[in-house]
Ligand binder design. Structure first.
Ligand code: C2E
Ligand code: MG
Ligand code: MG
Ligand code: MG
Length: 284
């Protein structure tokens, strides 16, 4: 009897594994089609300097405009894209789209693009960025690449070489989500980042935890000594903004300014032509 139950349990386990794999495979197929059908879209979120309260740039954030599921956030599909390698063509599309979008903006703001670890490791990364810049004619200084510490963790030598190659192009490099995971100050010594983005969790805890403020102040000082801009992400209240300004951060980003929205929603970067006109031009 115990044996029969054991077997049933095993079969149940097998079935649920199967269902999970099945669901993942479906998501992967669906995502492949999404790229082909042009269902991926970029939203943009403004970034502001704390000295003059002026917009300095916009971060491109990927969404999947799904025919039945609606607007799917990156957390729901980027992990699968990352595991399957789909992130490489998707990431190339993101860089290209963001560069092309930025050339149509009314003002020459910087555009920040997130790079995933798998994309970063791809041999074709540097060439794909060179081509995106050349094809769209976006000046390299207007492109900013955001990488997380997980990118630096593996294969340090090769990754450092890639970072230097990118920097050589004239693009800006930011260290995203700083303070999470495996933060190491040695990253800041081994590569001259243009910007450190302090993770949202520190901002969230700013009012409850005095140590968060101390850490933010220390990072701001570090950035200043090393010649790196320091930005807080996830700024939601005016109180947080004023506190961060006092702590010495040079830039902020968050819902207080605006959540990520389609470019058309911002007068500063509303395209000079509509996206329909642009797609028609692209197709021609
Ligand atoms: P991230 O690069 O750290 O982006 C910041 C995330 O925080 C975004 O979530 C943004 O919408 C959200 N956020 C901004 N301000 C606030 C705020 O005031 N409060 C709160 N609660 N959240 C705020 P999103 O768009 O869902 O993106 C999540 C992550 O997905 C990004 O984190 C990034 O790691 C990844 N991602 C997004 N787009 C891309 C992409 O094109 N390529 C790759 N590889 N990853 C991407
Ligand atoms: Mg980012
Ligand atoms: Mg971030
Ligand atoms: Mg983050």
């Amino acid at each position: 009897r115990a044996k029969a139950e054991g077997r049933r349990g095993y079969r149940f386990f097998e079935a649920s594994m199967d269902a999970r794999l099945q669901a993942r495979r479906l998501l992967e197929l669906d995502l492949r089609e999404a790229v082909r059908r042009g269902e991926l879209v970029l939203h943009y979120q403004p970034q502001m300097d704390t000295e003059h309260d002026r917009i300095t740039g916009f971060e491109a954030l990927l969404r999947w405009q799904h025919p039945t599921r609606g607007l799917v956030p990156p957390a729901d599909f980027i992990p699968v894209a990352e595991e399957t390698g789909l992130i490489v063509p998707i990431g190339e599309w993101v860089v290209r789209r963001a560069c092309a979008d930025a050339t149509a903006w009314r003002e020459p703001y910087r555009v920040a693009v997130n790079l995933s670890p798998a994309q970063f490791k791809s041999k074709a990364l540097v060439a794909s960025i060179v081509h995106a810049l050349a094809d769209t004619r976006l000046p390299a200084q207007r492109l900013e690449l955001e990488i997380t510490e997980s990118v630096l963790l593996a294969e340090t030598e090769g990754n450092l070489a890639t970072l230097h190659a990118l920097k050589q192009l004239g693009v800006k490099i930011s260290l995203d989500d700083f303070g999470t995971g495996y933060s190491s100050l040695s990253y800041l010594r081994s590569f001259p980042f243009d910007k450190i983005k302090i993770d949202r969790s520190f901002v969230r805890e700013l009012s409850e935890r005095e140590d968060s403020a101390a850490i933010i102040r220390a990072i701001a000082g570090l950035g200043q000594s090393l010649g790196m801009a320091t930005m807080a992400e996830g700024v939601e209240t005016r109180e947080q903004l004023e506190r961060l300004r006092t702590l010495g951060l040079t830039e902020v980003q968050g819902y207080l300014l605006s959540p990520p929205r389609p470019a058309d929603a911002f007068p500063e970067i509303a395209p000079r032509i509509t996206s329909a006109e642009r797609d028609a031009a692209d197709a021609a």
